[in-house]
Design a protein around this ligand. Structure first.
Ligand code: SAM
Length: 393
């Protein structure tokens, strides 16, 4: 893409006039910088390539939030992109180099929400810190649909001794001793690490005024409730009846009743019966995993491809690898991505996802009216993301 004279003129004008706080001008600046300096369209697009290289082409302090779902380093479904890159330290170094670029392009005080599995989320947290971010919290997403990938130890012992092990019936003496033992728990939680680029100003207020970022959009993420709650905290606070009554009187006097909902917590759940049995639904934001209809929206003209693993038994490989149009194995739900984007992105702010996959973050940003930048290494996933983004339903 060759820049025209008009592009160059416009770029110089925007570059001269763009002050840090002008969100829309910033989006224009990033768009023009891509087009004019590198012949690439970054804004509202998915750029193909290694994100470490592509990120280097984006100007400093130009992005308002990073919402991204990087690999976990566990070799999920034997995907090369999820390999551990040669072990813990190498993986952390690999991710930290990419996150360092994210940190550079993010405005001071800007937030990142970075997905991680509990098993390797400490690696992701190290990479974030090594890249210059401050870890602020962990958003926990609970779900009831996980499938335990636990090895049946007594079965393994019988297999090792070449003894036939009928369903759940240990035969050898040593297998009987280990009946009921396994190697893993049922997965029921995923993490979204909430990190922040250090402020450039002395206070949050000064930072927000200069860069438009630094805070969390609490009101946009409140959880609806019919209960009477305090405006500030969004919940009944105080331990005993006496302290609550006192507080209630004070709130009533000041007219501070909250009608907007509960304060958002660092816990999200999927609304499934199994999770609801433990948690009151009304208190937390909830969001189920992406449905097939949602994953495939906009892909009507694409062919179904093999790729997704289902929970069918190991013996039935055909049923386990079900052909589907969006064959990305880790598609995130729209409601979840919209919630996360809302929490950390100012209105009109640019959202960056440098591990875009099938484009779930980008579709959510588009729905919310945010400019977005997506980067993805594999053409097949870029095609799916672009088709989902072009969907006009
Ligand atoms: C966990 S998936 C993201 C899935 C996405 N959230 C979705 O809903 O479809 C991570 C993605 O990062 C991509 N990826 C891995 N390494 C990359 C790199 N160095 N540069 C760009 N993309 C990369 C992989 O191809 C994969 O699609």
């Amino acid at each position: 893409m060759q820049p025209t004279d008009k592009d160059l003129k416009e770029f110089k004008a925007v570059w001269r006039e763009c002050r840090p706080g002008q969100l829309l001008a910033r989006a224009k600046l990033v768009e023009l910088a891509g087009r004019v300096l590198h012949g690439k369209k970054f804004i509202n697009n998915v750029t193909i390539g290694d994100c470490l290289e592509v990120l280097k082409l984006i100007p400093d302090n130009s992005i308002d939030s990073v919402v991204t779902d990087p690999p976990a380093g566990i070799g999920f479904m034997n995907k090369e992109w999820d390999s551990d890159k040669g072990g813990r330290d190498k993986w952390i170094e690999w991710l930290a180099r990419i996150l360092c670029e994210c940190n550079r392009v993010l405005k001071p005080g800007g937030h990142a929400l970075v997905w991680a599995l509990p098993r390797t989320s400490h690696w992701t947290a190290f990479a974030l810190e090594n890249a210059g971010f401050e870890i602020r919290d962990i958003q926990h997403h609970l779900f009831g649909t996980g499938f335990p990938k636990s090895l049946n130890i007594s079965k393994a012992i019988d297999r090792k001794q070449e003894v036939k092990h009928p369903k759940n019936t240990p035969i050898s003496e040593s297998a009987k001793q280990w009946q009921g033992w396994g190697t893993a728990l049922k997965p029921a939680v995923e993490h979204w690490l909430l990190a922040r680029k250090p402020l450039s100003e002395k206070t949050i207020a000064e930072n927000v005024l200069k860069w438009d970022v630094g805070g969390l959009n609490i009101d946009a993420c409140r959880v609806e409730t019919d209960e009477v709650i305090s405006a500030e905290y969004g919940q009944r606070s105080g331990t005993g009846r006496y302290s609550w009554n006192l507080k209630k009187k004070k709130i009533e006097k000041q007219g501070l009743w909250n009608t907007k909902g509960r304060f958002p917590a660092n816990l999200i759940h999927d609304g499934s019966p199994i999770v609801l049995a433990e948690l009151p639904k009304a208190r937390f934001f909830y969001c189920a995993k992406a449905s097939k209809a949602e994953r495939d929206l906009g892909l009507e003209n694409m062919e179904a491809k093999a790729g997704i693993r289902t929970n069918a038994p190991r013996e039935n490989e055909a049923a386990r690898t079900k052909p589907t149009k969006n064959n990305h194995p880790t598609v995130k739900a729209q409601a979840l991505m919209q919630y996360l984007i809302k929490l950390i992105t100012p209105p009109n702010g640019i959202v960056l996802d440098c591990f875009a996959g099938s484009g779930s973050t980008l579709v959510a940003a588009k729905t919310l009216g945010h400019p977005f930048i997506g980067i993805e290494k594999f053409q097949g996933y870029v095609d799916i993301a672009k088709a989902r983004l072009n969907n006009n339903h």
